[in-house]
Design a protein around this ligand. Structure first.
Ligand code: SF4
Length: 140
């Protein structure tokens, strides 16, 4: 699959990815996934007023994941439920609304201003990437 997506408002982002995009170090599930994730991070970084829609299902980032099967996370039989619970936890913690549209700069500020140690552990404590993730390492 060629990574050639153009982005337009609003970009669907599942809630926990708001944190992950801040810690990405280039590691992922395939070369295409890594390339696309890097691309979207650079896009959001250089277009801070971009609108994102907060969702709890597979999103723009998942679109290049090799485990994305028919728009569902297919890593294992538990992953769709675990990921959705994580997204809902973030929505609750940061008083967001599912499916609401926000500028990415506002969301990043909200999360970074309000995250604390306990919330970080609750969200990221079991993540298999947390030993590489800069967001986790910087906030812990
Ligand atoms: S530790 Fe995992 S869940 Fe937390 S921000 Fe990093 S990649 Fe995302």
């Amino acid at each position: 699959m060629k990574v050639n997506r153009e982005y337009s408002d609003p970009i669907k982002i599942r809630a926990h990815h708001i944190l992950c995009i801040q810690g990405f170090q280039g590691y992922g599930y395939s070369k295409d996934f890594e390339t696309h994730m890097q691309r979207i991070i650079i896009f959001l970084d250089t277009h801070p007023t971009t609108k994102i829609q907060i969702i709890t299902k597979t999103d723009e980032i998942c679109s290049y994941c090799p485990y994305n099967y028919k728009n569902s996370c297919n890593m294992d039989k538990y992953s769709p439920i675990i990921m959705e619970k994580l997204d809902k936890l973030i929505i609750k913690k940061f008083l967001l609304k599912e499916n609401e549209i926000y500028p990415i700069e506002d969301i990043l500020k909200l999360v970074n201003d309000n995250i604390n140690h306990n919330t970080l552990i609750e969200i990221c404590g079991n993540c298999s990437w947390n030993n590489k993730c800069l967001f986790f390492k910087n906030k812990i």
